[in-house]
Design a protein around this ligand. Sequence first.
Ligand SMILES: Nc1ncnc2c1ncn2[C@@H]1O[C@H](COP(=O)(O)OP(=O)(O)O)[C@@H](O)[C@H]1O
Ligand SMILES: Nc1ccn([C@@H]2O[C@H](COP(=O)(O)OP(=O)(O)O)[C@@H](O)[C@H]2O)c(=O)n1
Length: 194
Amino acid sequence: MPFTIAIDGPAASGKGTIARALAERFGFHHLDTGLLYRAVGAMGGDPIAAAQALSADDLARPDLRSAEAGQAASRVATIPEVRAALVDFQRRFAARAPGAILDGRDIGTVICPQAAVKLFVVAADLTRARRRAAELGTDVEEMLAQLRERDSRDAARTTAPLRPAEDAVTLDTTAMSIEDAAAAAVRIVQSRLS
Ligand SMILES: Nc1ncnc2c1ncn2[C@@H]1O[C@H](COP(=O)(O)OP(=O)(O)O)[C@@H](O)[C@H]1O
Ligand SMILES: Nc1ccn([C@@H]2O[C@H](COP(=O)(O)OP(=O)(O)O)[C@@H](O)[C@H]2O)c(=O)n1
């Protein structure tokens, strides 16, 4: 049975960074599920048709990491049919041997409720805004407002809202370096692998 790790949490909390570190350490596959929604938002037109037609190649678009793509993703992510069209791709990925790590918003609650390990990665709003603004070279105050808007939309939607699974371990990375956060996540996974 492949080993699945679910990593959820608000924007720019450090999910992808931790997921990549775990993928490297344990030799597991990694899927940044946010790219699926970013690609659907970026494709324009009917988002439901875009989600149904999505292919892995669409995830390679260079413009998906922008703040605008994140906002567009968050808007299409409220549409139940968009979410339904993306479930199979994520679950097929989650079944890849020897193990798969998926990061997003609803992995531990909807996509992979049976995941062996569920992390809910959080950090203070301003910390997250500073990190993402540094990453994109944009203004911190503007990023803070954007992240707050996106996080509240993600948490308020009726379908697959952003929330920790009952059995998720919460990891607050506010005061952690990237190395500390990765080491903490590795320890959590190792405790479940043994
Ligand atoms: N613990 C940390 N300390 C400092 N910077 C971090 C930490 N974790 C992630 N980052 C940086 O913050 C930004 C957002 O991290 P990322 O892993 O992409 O977040 P998410 O996947 O949750 O959106 C990236 O530039 C990343 O390098
Ligand atoms: N599994 C997921 C992943 C992303 N999303 C949506 O897609 C947007 C972008 O996700 P992302 O993970 O790329 O965003 P960041 O956390 O990297 O900023 C989120 O704000 C959500 O609205 C989702 O609804 N479900």
